[in-house]
Design a protein around this ligand. Structure first.
Ligand code: PLP
Length: 420
């Protein structure tokens, strides 16, 4: 790629076999460059009609009968569709609760099953909420402690140090498959296998990998996983999360947040808890049907395109974006805070600048570019290949350049807002 002018961006879009999918999403403002699909995916057009039906026909007309007309099995049926995106079997994935809650349930389930083992290994690139959850589960299981391994450059995961830390005292290894700040991809197969060799279980957070890169949970030998549906799966704000438990482990693990949705014959209303067999035992209470229904169309779209095709475009786009960065933004004091090797990089590129926060505000307020900001100085540019165009990337880089060159950021406040 030598010609990095806007003409080449338009050429790349013209040759893009996935280009038509952009129109399957709501896109009211053609001027807006949306680079935050890794925090909140766009609204699929089909979801609007689906939600209208769920509200007017299912809730409005069918009322309580809705439970027997699809709602009761919806957590499993949508889970089965997500399973296709992450290399799992349909009966290994279920949609429920939030990622943090699912992480809590599966972490505690795992460490309780690992009698005599006390160490939980994670890293300092993990999402803060994950670390908080790990701490509270460790507090509930006497003797448990966390070994948090540090990345040397804050970009690449400390794979070798993690391998070295795995031993026969390790109960659980848990990591974000793709790290939220730098977008580094861990080698799931390698670490899952090394964990298994010492008898440790693995739990992968797929929030930034589901729907953006190829994930093969079964093929990698991963034991457990959780992940978001409102990011690359386009499920909508606060949409319920998913969890995966490898089939062979399902009967061995208990749900530490037992509830009636995981009870065997739940409508017998037995007073003593007896877990349902299979993945349902990891359910707790009544699912949020409205937001659960909103997840399905986004997942269907990704399955229609195929994750291999999405990944191919995502790699081409992150490569293109880094080329543009090197040419237009590096001279202005930016640096790439994501792996340069595409095999190690997910679908977002973080670029750091000492004035990152103020630049981010100017982009949002004046330039109609929506990235997001991650401390200390990162603009995180998220690419959702199902709707991001090459022209989006070119235009975004030109607008970022102009914010810095024209010093548009100077009038913004250094103080952070409540939600960054
Ligand atoms: C986005 C994200 C979460 C979010 O968890 P919620 O419970 O939905 O708030 C958790 N973990 C990771 C790695 C994430 O990227």
């Amino acid at each position: 790629m030598s010609e990095l002018d806007s003409v080449s961006a338009y050429n790349l879009d013209a040759q893009d076999p996935l280009a038509n999918y952009r129109d399957r999403f709501v896109n009211k403002d053609p001027e807006l460059i949306y680079l935050d699909g890794n925090s909140l995916g766009r609204l699929p057009r089909a979801t609007i009609g689906r939600l209208q039906d769920v509200i007017e026909k299912e809730w409005g007309d069918r009322l309580i009968r809705g439970w027997n007309e699809g709602w009761f099995r919806l957590q499993e049926s949508v889970g089965g569709k997500i399973a296709k995106l992450i290399g799992a079997e349909p009966d290994e994935v279920v949609v429920a609760d939030s990622t943090s809650v699912n992480l809590f349930k599966l972490t505690l389930a795992a460490i309780r099953a690992q009698t005599g083992r006390h160490k939980i290994i994670t890293d300092d690139l993990n999402f803060p909420s994950d670390l908080y959850v790990l701490q509270s589960t460790a507090d509930l299981q006497s003797g448990s402690y966390i070994e948090r391994i540090s990345s040397e450059d804050d970009i690449h995961g400390p794979t070798e140090q993690i391998s070295n830390a795995l031993n026969d005292g390790t109960a659980l290894l848990t990591l974000s498959h793709v790290t939220f700040k730098s977008g580094f991809i861990y080698n799931m197969a390698l670490l899952s296998q090394q964990a298994r060799e010492v008898g440790a279980l693995t739990l992968w957070d797929l929030s930034h990998s589901a729907g953006s890169i190829e994930v093969n949970l079964r093929g990698s030998g991963a034991d457990l996983a959780v992940g978001c549906t409102y990011k690359y799966l386009n499920g909508g704000p606060g949409a319920p999360a998913f969890l995966y438990v490898r089939r062979e482990l399902q009967e061995r693990l208990g749900n530490p947040l037992a509830g009636w949705f995981g009870q065997k014959n739940m409508f017998a209303l037995d007073l003593d808890y007896q877990p349902e067999s299979g993945i349902r035992r990891f359910l707790t209470g009544t699912p949020t049907i409205l937001s659960l229904a909103a997840v399905e169309n986004g997942v269907d779209l990704l399955n229609e395109v195929g994750i291999a095709n999405l990944r191919k475009k995502s790699v081409a786009q992150t490569e293109y974006l880094i080329h543009l960065h090197d040419r237009y933004l590096a001279p202005l004091g930016f640096k790439v805070n994501s792996p340069r090797s595409p095999q190690m990089r997910g679908s977002h590129v973080s670029i750091g600048h000492p004035e990152g926060w103020r630049i981010n505000q100017a982009l949002i307020e004046e330039k109609k570019v929506l990235p997001d900001f991650r401390e200390p100085d990162n603009l995180r540019l998220g690419i959702a290949p199902i709707y991001t165009t090459y022209a989006d990337l070119y235009t975004a880089v030109m607008r970022i350049r102009s914010v810095v060159q024209d010093e548009l950021y100077l009038k913004y406040d250094e103080a952070r807002s409540e939600v960054t």
